[in-house]
Design a protein around this ligand. Structure first.
Ligand SMILES: CC(C)(COP(=O)(O)OP(=O)(O)OC[C@H]1O[C@@H](n2cnc3c(N)ncnc32)[C@H](O)[C@@H]1OP(=O)(O)O)[C@@H](O)C(=O)NCCC(=O)NCCS
Length: 173
């Protein structure tokens, strides 16, 4: 399976107490990724969607693992279209579709680490921007994204099914 070729490439957490590993996701990991998503976010996707994203964008689908179990993930899509940073410009963009860490493992740098791994990859693929949508009340995530270099560029009114609005946040790569 081509998209598993980098499965050995991994990163350990920043101290023995934060003993997690970040590695590329494979087909067999999808059920545990779905579990993390179900436990952490109100936005769920069909099972098929995860496999499609993995097949299409394997290099930016990472999971964080601790004691052999997934505790976090990030999945992204590469897009070509209007730049969110330069008026009327076109850009190759990385769209962070979803990132999440199980509640009991938060605050250990895992979310930061997952995003950094995806950014490293898309930079090497010459993407020029990375963007995402985030609930306007999700202050912890918004702060994290700002710290990483994202800024709010627009508000999407009523973006989520429950009517909450989203910010679009973008960073140059
Ligand atoms: C957003 C999210 C992925 C961040 O993951 P994380 O592993 O906690 O991220 P980090 O540890 O790298 O950074 C979290 C920040 O909150 C702080 N924090 C401290 N205690 C924390 C705790 N108990 N829980 C969460 N964050 C905590 C961290 O210190 C860190 O800030 P700092 O680097 O300035 O110290 C995670 O909160 C999450 O899964 N949330 C629910 C799903 C979600 O909202 N996803 C984003 C959708 S757009």
């Amino acid at each position: 399976m081509e998209y598993c070729r980098d499965m050995q490439e991994s990163t350990m957490g920043r101290s023995p107490d934060d003993d997690y590993e970040i590695r590329l996701c494979g087909d067999a990991d999808i059920p545990s990724i779905i579990r993390v998503n179900t436990l952490t976010l109100p936005e769920h996707y069909s099972d098929d969607f995860y496999y499609q994203i993995l097949r299409a964008y394997p290099e930016t689908f990472f999971l964080a693992e601790r004691d052999g179990a997934a505790v976090g993930y990030i999945m992204c899509r590469t897009e070509h279209g209007l730049s969110l940073l330069r008026r009327f410009g076109l850009a190759k963009k990385c769209h962070i579709i979803s990132v999440a860490v199980l509640e009991e493992y938060r605050g250990k740098g895992i979310g930061t680490h997952l995003i950094q791994r995806a950014l490293e990859r898309v930079r090497s693929e010459s993407a020029k921007e990375c963007y995402l949508e985030v609930r306007i009340t999700n202050l912890q995530a918004i702060e994290l994204y700002k710290r990483l270099g994202f800024r709010v560029v627009s508000t999407l009114s009523g973006y989520y099914k429950d009517g909450e609005s989203a910010y679009t946040m973008v960073m140059p790569l």
